[in-house]
Design a protein around this ligand. Sequence first.
Ligand code: HEC
Length: 137
Amino acid sequence: MLAGGALVALGLVLSAPAVRAHGDVQPQPVDTTGLDALGDDWRGENPYRGNPKAIAIGDSGYNQNCARCHGLQLISGGLAPDLRYLDKGQEGDTWFQERVRHGAIINGVTKMPAFEGTLSQEALWAIRSYIESKHED
Ligand code: HEC
């Protein structure tokens, strides 16, 4: 009986990190050194579109913060939308901004966390630049 109890306890210990891995994973900081600072007011449109430095920073920022749901290199496994098909230009920027700032809470369930306040505006537009650089129709 003692062994059984120990196993249950072990199971609880082992399952705790697994639960966290799917839930609230800490956002990874993104180093945006070299990009123009944008201040507090959100731009309506990506100020870094086509900027190679922003694309490189966004590539790593995406892989650290978004890929676990949206897929490595933007290739979604179906858990979340495939961002290669997000509209280009201003239209895509508007929807991107809405989702990354506020996340997606559907029927009270957080499908995607809000990133405003945890990732900077610079980091998020760099990620948008990376996504747009891989756009597919
Ligand atoms: C915990 C999983 C998760 C993480 C992490 C995540 N997302 Fe999402 N994201 C989702 C889901 C699920 C949806 C779809 C929500 C819905 O049903 O409308 C979504 C939707 C989106 C959309 C709208 C796409 C569309 O076609 O409507 C964008 C843009 C987006 N995410 C960008 C990002 C970016 C950028 C990051 C990283 C900074 C990120 N997401 C991190 C799960 C995630």
